[in-house]
Design a protein around this ligand. Structure first.
Ligand code: F6R
Length: 591
């Protein structure tokens, strides 16, 4: 989703290079246009372009020197990707420039309020610049606060004013924004990843808080305009490795890092594990409700099965965008677990807000411990995956599964007064991930890259794994892909099967193996190509993806890793950049 950066520098810098360098670090978020704005010769200058940051860089032939600038990557919501719709936006009197991440839900209403205004874009954001111009107030920050108080929806907002060439105005509601104060510069950004190598301390704003940033001081305000104080936070170095090392793509690098991620988890959770969840507390829990979107939702589906299998507590997983508008009862006696790699997904955060209103205990499972999710849950568990750059989540999914598994076994131990050595299962998984080879996948990727449609089938946890494998394949290869519970084939899906179709059968549960293999034969008998993904011996007639048998529920991680690689490889064969699939964003901060 949109990314924002801003800079104020003590020395005059080549502002294009400074802004684009920072913006590049936000590239992973997904975008379709980009722009920069800066003050040069007492004028605000904007340069914007549809396409990539590199396209924008190539279009700027001159160097510009300045102390201040802001920049933006846009992921189109209101109005198509174009240079006019790209940020920054400037007020009509050319005094204010702004960049915005979020959605102004009442922008049409606000536009009606402003008479005689000529809009240069179709966006919801531009109205903010014009509103700032029209504000009558005794100070500039008052103007910013007044405008933001009128906005419905979400915003991370960064503004600059031509008369104040050493000041940035910052506002936040439900979209992330961070401020780093260094000796020679202040940097403002949507992700702390922009601060790597620039400084070690940063500030966050809560919703409806504001900041006036200049080189000598940062002043914070609440929405009533009262000054407030804030404590700096320390950057967590563990998360920062933006280098691709020897890998061509982040997605591949991140799949290959999976065993290291499990090592990080072992280190993090080897002592004082889950002490908050003791027997007394767990005995009072009625149901476990897990909430997430996309891949995090799929991890939650498997997590719910772990809890049901190991702990006698009914557990479900809900899609956040559905849950928030459902009539589901929210009970204080339930335990709510929110899963989000980024910790910034708008729908997941909306559910958190909803649950908190009704008093349920909220646990977060995230990869970003300074995220909005982490800050707002009662207990937050770190998945320790390190920064994930590729749009398609891989290593964070594995890490979510491992944390859910450990948590379910911890609950089991507490409730049954047992010492369960579940870390040995995690260690076994780590070793198997380290030993995993992917050579068997190449031929299968080549096969499915020619198919019109690929379906993943399985039973129980294998069905949930099928949903994730199918999402991954469609995300990065654009092949039409489905997941179907094996037992449902006869109830409709078989009508689709012919020689253009490939069915990948997930079979990791020995008890259900024969039934699942019968389903595979049904597909084969109708001309469909069958691939079996299993640790068990199966008929030679089927193509096989070998999975190591680790004799624990964590086998779903080994399946995921192989099928992530299958998706990756297929995207490469189809000449698609797997790190940035079309139309997708890494962090979905709007509804
Ligand atoms: C798919 C993918 C998405 C995310 C979803 C939730 O590969 O990455 O489906 O899982 O957008 O994102 P988070 O986990 O950040 O809440």
């Amino acid at each position: 989703m949109c990314g924002i950066v801003g800079i104020i520098s003590k020395e005059e810098v080549n502002i294009k290079d400074s802004l684009l360098g920072l913006l590049k670090r936000l590239e992973y978020r997904g975008y379709d246009s980009a722009g920069i704005g800066f003050i040069n010769n007492n004028k605000i200058q904007l340069i914007k372009k549809k396409g990539s940051i590199d396209d924008l860089a190539c279009s700027i032939k001159n160097n510009y020197f300045s102390h201040i600038g802001l920049a933006h990557t846009r992921w189109a919501t209101h109005g198509k990707p174009s240079s006019n719709n790209a940020h920054p936006f400037i007020s009509q009197n050319k005094k204010w420039a702004i960049v915005h991440n979020g959605i102004v839900e009442n922008y049409l209403e606000l536009k009606k309020e402003l008479k005689n205004t000529r809009y240069l874009s179709q966006t919801d954001s531009e109205v903010i610049a014009h509103l700032l111009e029209k504000q009558k107030a005794s100070s500039d920050i008052e103007k910013v606060i007044n405008v933001c108080n009128k906005l419905k929806g979400s915003f991370a907002l960064l503004g600059m004013l031509v008369d104040k060439p050493n000041t940035l105005f910052i506002a936040k509601r439900k979209s992330p924004i961070y401020i780093m104060e260094g000796n020679l510069e202040v940097i403002v950004a949507s992700d702390t990843i922009c601060f790597e190598g620039k400084g070690s301390k940063y500030y966050t704003l809560n919703d409806d808080e504001f900041c006036v940033a200049s080189l000598d001081k940062l002043t914070f305000y609440d929405k009533a305009g009262h000054q407030i104080s804030k404590h700096a936070q320390v950057l967590d170095n563990l998360s920062y490795s933006l280098s691709k090392n020897e890998y061509k793509h982040y997605m591949l690098k991140e799949i290959m890092e999976e065993s290291d991620v499990v090592s990080n988890i072992i280190k993090e959770y080897s002592k004082n594990r889950f002490t908050e969840f003791n027997k007394k507390f767990l005995e009072k829990v009625d149901n476990i409700v897990i909430i997430g979107c996309g891949t995090a939702y799929h991890a939650g589906l498997i997590g719910a099965r772990f809890f049901e299998k190991h702990v006698n507590i009914d557990s479900t997983c809900e899609i956040a965008s559905e849950f928030r508008y459902s009539d589901k009862k929210i009970k204080p006696s339930n335990l709510y677990i929110f899963i989000s790699q980024s910790g910034e997904t708008a729908d997941t955060l909306a559910c958190l807000e909803l649950v908190k209103r009704f008093g349920g205990l909220c646990v977060g499972i995230t990869n970003v411990m300074h995220s909005t999710l982490a800050k707002n849950v009662d207990i937050c568990l770190n998945v320790c995956a390190g920064i994930e750059v590729a749009v398609a989540s891989t290593k964070a999914y594995i890490a979510q599964l491992v944390v859910l598994y450990m948590l379910s076994r911890h609950f089991e131990g507490q409730l049954r007064n047992l010492q369960i050595d579940y870390m040995k299962d995690v260690e076994k998984l780590r070793l198997s991930l380290q030993k995993t080879t992917f050579t068997d996948i190449d031929e299968i990727a080549s096969l499915i890259s020619k198919k019109q449609s690929v379906t993943f089938i399985g039973r129980d946890i294998d069905y949930s794994s099928s949903l994730e494998a199918s999402l991954k394949l469609k995300e990065v290869s654009y092949i039409s892909s489905f997941a179907c519970p094996s037992g449902e084939l006869k109830h409709g899906y078989l009508a689709q099967v012919d020689s253009n179709v490939c069915v990948i059968v997930l079979a990791t549960n020995q008890k259900l193996l024969d039934k699942t293999l019968n389903n595979a034969s049904e597909v084969e008998a109708r001309g469909g190509k069958v691939v079996i993904c299993s640790p068990f011996k199966t008929q030679d007639k089927f193509i096989k993806i070998e999975i190591q048998d680790i004799d624990s529920d964590l086998i779903c991680c080994l399946v995921a890793s192989k099928l992530q690689y299958l998706a990756y490889k297929t995207s490469i064969i189809k000449n698609i950049n797997p790190d940035k699939p079309r139309n997708l964003a890494k962090s979905v901060t709007v509804e």
